[in-house]
Design a binder for this molecule. Structure first.
Ligand code: M6R
Length: 608
């Protein structure tokens, strides 16, 4: 979603803003703009399309001289992607300018009110309301005007604001949309995410909801909504810029696919200690774990798919009933919480609006919450009662791969640990599972070696229109992720189906040469799956099967088989997803698409 960068300091602002915005491109956008104070007035340039257009228009920033400015990449919500709708937005005399990430839900009402007072709007955006509202309340004191605006607006926002009267200051504030502040040696920064400013500083402040920041070139002041100054601690970012760069790969997605053995090992090994599992950050006593009556796993997209897998693992091993919910449904469905319920929210970004809202809903109902989160210091990480980090490192490609794989690991660890504490598994089973978990990084590495064959296979399906992914049990959960991976980056329609459900309607869509990807990793369901493969094959489908090594009987039913190394059936997802990610990647690449930034999508979905 939208990206924000702001800078005030001793260097020219525009090139820093453009550079920062380029590091936020992964978030998804369709227009961009920057505004810089040039010693006399605020100058602004905006453009639809890629950042390159803005770079050309501003000659790399040279046409916008000045030492303070704000920039924005816009992912259109209110109003189509046009130059006029692009941010920043001005008030009427161009003395206040604003960039915004989020949605002002009551903007129509506010717009009407402002129009009634003579304000004229030039764009269709909700954001422009903020510029005029600031103008309306501004009386020579920026902080006071911002606070008054905050009391009037409903919705989510991260804002960067520049006042012509105060060119030595930048203001920023957030509510439910991400925003960080960076403290540099030669200036200070605001940004939607760390990569935008990592080149300049590693010292960042995470802003709380409705906290306001005043930045000058050498000072930072934080205020609450009562305009009282608050003290904050900075956090040192430990990861390197190289982790957020392509390192010779054509696309981030392929780089991130290749980083999975390390990401999985980094998430797993620190929690394996003295032949046991130690999850210090869980903050639950053994007594509390024994008392858990029910688990909800709540997430969106791929993170939700890991939850669907985890349900089988928690229920199968720890014998705890689990409900898996899409966060966008959970937050409005008034779930019935029993005593001793644990709500686990899963999120790579830690900023997904629906997941965050679901977490807050659970907390407000007095339920214990645990976040499984990748981005350190993100909203979900800070607001959940406890947080278990996945150590995938920065994930840039919109299509998740390594974050997904590490979420699975966190969920396996929790399930096995709970099972052990609750005496649902014996020491032998526990040891065997740890043994299998430890082998996963090498097994993933081995599967990555099969990429050429999959590329060859993918190239046959560049023109295909429909693909079906089928499986039973955990294999159905894997199918969901395989299907999403293909469709989101290749724009080929695909569906995941519980294999046994196919004949209740969907099988009528199977025709000559329809590609059906069948997941066959679960021993207990193997024979059933072979029958389901036969059903689609007799109707003309071409079947690619993903099966465990040794189960060669599948070759009689399927047309093309990818074999996986043997592992505990509960962990099969971690292996089976690898060829599906590679397949999706190569179909997208073969079609000449922008693999990392698929159309209409954003990396971090910070609006409902
Ligand atoms: O940051 P989150 O894990 O909360 O994001 C949730 C989904 O938006 C995300 O998993 C999405 O489905 C992926 N980009 C798909 O590859």
């Amino acid at each position: 979603m939208c990206g924000i960068v702001g800078y005030i300091g001793g260097q020219q602002a525009a090139p820093i803003l453009l550079d920062g915005l380029s590091k936020l491109e992964y978030r998804g956008y369709d227009s961009a703009g920057i505004a810089v104070y040039n010693g006399e007035k605020i100058q602004m340039v905006k453009s639809t399309g890629k950042l390159k257009a803005l770079e050309e228009l501003t000659q790399g920033g040279a046409v916008l001289p000045g030492f303070s400015g704000i920039g924005h990449t816009r992912w259109a919500t209110h109003g189509s992607p046009t130059d006029v709708n692009a941010h920043p937005h001005f008030n009427k005399d161009c003395s206040i300018t604003v960039v915004h990430n989020g949605i002002i839900e009551n903007y129509l009402k506010l717009r009407k009110k402002l129009e009634g007072k003579g304000y004229q709007f030039v764009s269709e955006t909700d954001t422009e309301v903020l510029a005029h509202l600031l103008d309306y309340y501004y009386n020579g004191n920026p902080l006071e005007a911002i606070v008054k605006v905050l009391y009037r607006v409903e919705g989510s926002y991260a804002l960067g604001i520049l006042f012509k009267d105060f060119p030595e200051e930048i203001y920023a504030v957030r509510k439910d949309s991400p925003l960080i502040v960076g403290q540099g040696k030669e200036g200070n920064f605001i940004a939607s995410d760390v990569p935008a400013i990592l080149k300049y500083t590693r010292d960042v402040y995470f802003i709380e909801n409705q906290e306001i920041v005043k930045l000058t070139r050498d000072s930072l002041n934080f205020y609450n909504i009562d305009e009282e100054e608050v003290q904050k601690e900075s956090t040192r970012i430990e990861w390197d810029m190289s982790a957020a760069e392509k390192a010779g790969y054509e696309f981030f997605m392929l780089k991130e696919i290749y980083e999975q053995p390390k990401a999985v090992a980094d998430t797993l090994y620190p929690r394996l200690k003295d032949d046991g599992i130690v999850i210090e950050e869980l903050g639950m006593t053994e007594e509390e774990i024994r008392n858990i009556g029910k688990i909800y796993i709540v997430a969106c997209g791929s993170a939700y798919h890991t939850g669907v897998t985890a349900k089988y693992v928690f229920e199968g091993l720890a014998r705890i009933p689990v409900e898996v919910d899409l966060a966008s449904e959970f937050r409005y469905r008034d779930p019935i919480f029993q005593p001793n319920t644990l709500v686990i929210v899963v999120s790579q970004s830690g900023e997904t609006a629906d997941t965050l809202a679901a977490l807050r809903e659970a907390k407000s109902r007095g339920v214990r919450t645990l976040g499984i989160v990748n981005v350190v210091g993100s909203s979900i990480a800070r607001e959940a009662d406890n947080v278990m980090y996945t150590w995938a490192g920065p994930e840039i490609a919109v299509a998740t791969t390594k974050a997904y794989s590490t979420q699975l690991i966190a969920e396996y660890l929790l399930a096995i640990y709970f099972a052990k504490v609750r005496n649902e598994i014996d020491s032998r089973q526990f040891e065997d599972m740890l043994h299998d978990l430890k082998k996963l990084p090498d097994q993933i590495e081995f599967l990555l070696g099969g990429k050429e064959k999959l590329q060859h296979f993918a190239n046959r399906y560049l023109a295909t229109e429909h693909v079906f992914f089928i499986g039973r049990g955990i294999d159905y959960a894997i199918s969901m992720e395989g299907s999403l991976k293909l469709k989101e980056i290749s724009y080929i329609h695909s569906e995941a189906y519980a294999a046994g459900e196919l004949k209740h309607g969907t099988i009528s869509l199977i025709e000559e040469n329809t590609l059906v990807v069948a997941l066959v990793t679960q021993k207990d369901l193997y024979k059933k799956m072979l029958s389901n493969i036969q059903e689609v094959r007799t109707r003309g489908a071409f079947v690619m099967a993903v099966a465990t090594a040794g189960n060669t009987e599948v070759e009689k039913s399927a047309d093309y088989v990818v074999y996986l190394p043997e592992t505990n059936p509960y962990f099969a997802n971690s292996l089976a997803v690898i060829p599906l990610q590679i397949f999706g990647y190569y179909v997208s690449l073969g079609k000449g698409l922008d693999v990392d930034k698929p159309r209409n999508l954003a990396k971090s979905v910070t609006v409902e």
